[in-house]
Design a protein. Structure first.
Length: 309
């Protein structure tokens, strides 16, 4: 295989965390035309079960960000898979689960490819920096501006950051869908508290809260939703308030939703770092996307402009 590009039309072991990493890998697998008999490894979750459908999937124990224990617990799964089956290459978009997958790939002399998240506009994540230390892992950025040293550019889903055709908003009172993603164990109370404080009195609201478990909220409160349920809630909403996770944002743009995007902040313990700020800056140029910090949200942001029936 060409060492400068990802493998095309090959039988791959495709590895990613749930959430945005899995959504990105789904898009990249289409760009490189991964064979239908490729094998997926991710976490057992509503999103992965609905998104991957009838594909061949192995669930690996959850690997939390920066968790050495999680990395060690995942190793036997990849040893069993690579001992039992033959793959042309292992391809991962991260996050931490990429480390055991690609290390075991090299142990079995299988090509190992790591594609950094499109949310990393200026340099690699911690996972990327760790894998830089493994000489035989092939590394790819999705942004040409930081190609260099060991980082190549091949494919990118950056073009997915574009506004889709705006759909007609449903009539009636505001219908608000709040989605804060699935990353564990990080909460996003700053966003939830602010939405609760500025929520219009007549609004109908559904919350998808992940690890931000709450019992004090109006409306419908869900921990996780399937991909199908996410799409339905987004289509029915007049406004979707979302964290600046690339998987959520890209899907909302595809659906023609009206997203209000709020970044998680590392200083509040909401994520491992502030890479969601880079995603927010990339979205500011798009018409119809409202970009706010949590404390800036207002009731006007939650209600789309124009007359309501």
């Amino acid at each position: 295989m060409d060492p400068q590009v990802l493998p095309r039309r090959s039988r791959l072991l495709l590895v990613a965390s749930t959430g945005g990493h899995l959504a990105e890998l789904m898009l990249i697998s289409k760009l490189i035309e991964a064979r239908p008999d490729s094998h997926w490894v991710t976490f057992d979750h509503d999103q992965s079960r609905s998104l991957l459908g009838d594909r061949t999937v192995t669930h690996v124990p959850y690997v939390a960000p920066r968790s050495l224990g999680g990395v060690l617990r995942a190793l036997p799964t990849f040893v069993r898979l690579l001992r039992r089956e033959r793959f042309d290459a292992v391809v991962s978009t991260g996050a931490a689960v990429a480390v055991p997958a690609l290390l075991v790939a090299r142990l079995f002399r299988c090509e190992a490819h790591y594609v950094e998240s499109v949310s990393r506009f200026s340099g690699p994540s911690l996972t990327g920096r760790i894998l830089q230390r493994v000489p035989s892992v092939r590394l790819y950025t999705q942004h040409e501006q930081w190609v260099g040293r060991r980082w190549r550019f091949d494919v990118s889903i950056a073009d997915s950051f574009r506004a889709g055709e705006r759909r007609e908003l449903p009539p009636g009172p505001p219908r608000i869908f709040v989605t804060v993603g699935t990353i564990r164990p990080y909460r996003f109370d700053a966003l939830v508290d602010r939405v609760k404080a500025v929520l219009p009195a007549d609004a109908e609201v559904t919350w998808q809260l992940g690890s931000t478990r709450r019992t004090d909220l109006p409306g419908t409160v869900l921990e996780h939703v399937s991909s199908e349920e996410f799409d339905r809630l987004a289509r029915e909403a007049t406004t979707v308030v979302t964290h600046a996770g690339v998987g959520s944002v890209i899907r909302l743009l595809e659906l023609g939703a009206r997203p209000v995007v709020v970044p998680r902040r590392a200083s509040r313990g909401e994520h491992v770092d502030d890479h969601q700020l880079e995603t927010l800056e990339a979205l500011r140029r798009l018409d119809g996307v409202v970009c706010r910090e949590a404390g800036e949200l207002s009731s006007e942001d939650l209600v789309p402009p124009g007359p309501r029936d």
